[in-house]
Design a protein around this ligand. Sequence first.
Ligand code: GLN
Ligand code: ZN
Length: 765
Amino acid sequence: MVALSVVGYPRIGARRELKKVVEGYFKGHVPKEDLLAEAKKLRKIHWQVQKEKGIDLISSNDFSFYDTFLDTALMLNAVPNRYKEIGLDQLDTCFAMARGYQDEKYDVKALEMKKWFNTNYHYVVPEIEDGVEFKLNSSKVFDEYQEALELGIKTKPVLIGPFTFLKLAKIKAAGKKYFDYCDQILRVYEHIFNILNELAVEFVQIDEPKIVMDLTGEDINNFVRMYEKLLPQKGKVKVILQTYFGDIRDIYKEIVSLNFDAVALDLVEGEKNIELIAQYGFPGDKLLFAGLINGKNIWRNNYRQTMEKLQTVFKYVNKDRVVLNTSCSLLHVPYTLKGEVKIAEKYKQQLAFAEEKLTELSELRELLQEGNYLVNKKFIKNAQIKKEKITNKEFYFEDVRTKINNIKDEDFIRKPSFDERIKKQQEILKLPFLPTTTIGSFPQTSEVRKLRRAYKKGEITLTEYRQKIKEKIREVIELQEEIGLDVLVHGEFERNDMVEYFGENLAGFLFTENGWVQSYGTRCVKPPIIFGDVKREKPITVEWIKYAQSLTEKPVKGMLTGPITILNWSFPREDISLKEIAFQIALAIKEEVMDLEAAGIKIIQIDEAALREKLPLRKEDWQKDYLDWAIKSFRFVHSSVKPETQIHTHMCYSEFADIIKEIEAMDADVISFEAAKSDLSLLDTLKEHNYSQEVGPGVYDIHSPRIPKEKEIEEILLKISQKLDINKVWVNPDCGLKTRDMAETVPSLKNMVNAAQKIRLKFKG
Ligand code: GLN
Ligand code: ZN
């Protein structure tokens, strides 16, 4: 019988149970025993559901309290001294690395966080310090294997591979390269293999997603040398080399000649993998794990296409050596459609979340076992559903399509040039040197969340809800004036999430009630589903921003989410191109920009927090497959505003050294971005490229509860002044304040404003 496998399962809980207990633990409400017990319960549920659905190769060690990459650092003892010194136990050390730690004696920042390849999941970036002593430092992988075994489930433990680990870690030791740690790190993996053998583990899955990206000749050699050393130590354990998010064109030949027992390829995002198999063949002594069920999107699998793909694969690989797999971990999709009662059945049948994807795997197995799958009932049903999606005209907007077709080249160009319009903006805005601002949201306190829940449940009327939100806006405007910020925001209290909110107010989107996906640590997002054409039917934010502006003399920023971020943080439809979807959203947001301007709003921020996210993993695909239309979409949104209107944008985790020209070409007047965590290294890039517009490098990290000191911010500003033209610098935190408490936010912002004032005096006397 054909075997079924799953790369990884979501771990946060169908009702975000893990988030709740972990946050409770952070706040001191939940004792550690309860935290551990809840985690154990969740692991059990997740293993059991996979077992019930007939999955043969179920993963273990895909669980994590925060992040599995961070767990790997702990496992390998790659724990920087500053965290070790605190003397916490392993779990608390893990949390300190993830979130920073502050008490009377210790004050350490969190490790950096980065986007996990082209997903909205973030991993914690380990640091490899001088004198690091790699050794086996955690028994998590074995414990979870045994825990499952006690439930009668023999799992395949999952490990991040040594190549990906070293490539993604930050090497802190001067003069060292990742490969210098090869021997040391392999000793730990050998040690792990020994124990897995003692435990009689049958399969281990080693994730090496880094090899779907561009590799140098040296990388390829290093990879090969690593596994030539490691694989002879595997004993009786069968090693699955797991890759995902693309194809392995640079290293396919080497991979199939290494002594792996199985190679797992992504046949959804890495369709080219099939060509590689055809061209170079696939060795008869290995298993092929065929990643056919999309772990990143929520549409039902298209059985016809999948079966056709499989028929091609079977030309080169014996059918009994093929294992049906997910394309990547199911971490990137929500748990289940069960309980989604608000989505009409006709839409719901188009969707498959993690649990439904398990069913798809077993149905595909059934089709494979049948002589003629074309007559199988499940196959026929699937074909019908797929056809209905294509022919559905409910969300087909002719007017939107016409407007998009009529876009001309000049619609992507804002006039006059930045140098000219910034002067007009300065005359009108009259901002001080080093203007201070925030990124948009203020803490979403439990009061705000309760309010929204009450409204959603019908406990309060729309009028009451709006009134209360207005009260919150008034408070936050007063607060910002008291703190002394220069450019104010309305706080985003009416928004649950910066993307979901716009989705809810645009036609073409579907929403789930519980479609949560982990973004980082305990943070989850509920991506809307782009089901059909996108269209703005009425103004969305204008009333709120107008109200906020009516309360103060200072400028209030209009606050919008940009088209690429809305696209990247939604589940996109697959029947039209991403470019077409992006242009439709851009048109909707452009209409909102124009309405805000007409309402007298002088500064409009269009967040592109996720611009980089869907950047293709291979450089050769960047322009044609993405950047060209992504940047155009943004330019289209603001190209029609008056010169006096100042356009801001904001980006998170801005690793944008390599796309700096494109960022500049977005032609926003001001950009704010994350900088505090990544050692301000982006400043050098801005300097080198002579970046023309104004910039607000985040001066403190809002992802951590720690309060930055005034002195610390002053120092950062001084550093910034050495690298950039200080006349073009804004002072702001590195992201929205939504996830923080007021108790942290107010002193942090006060310190920020005071620091800016000190530096102003220094420069201008
Ligand atoms: N304006 C948004 C906020 O402040 C931006 C959030 C983000 O970049 N992720 O919440
Ligand atoms: Zn941000």
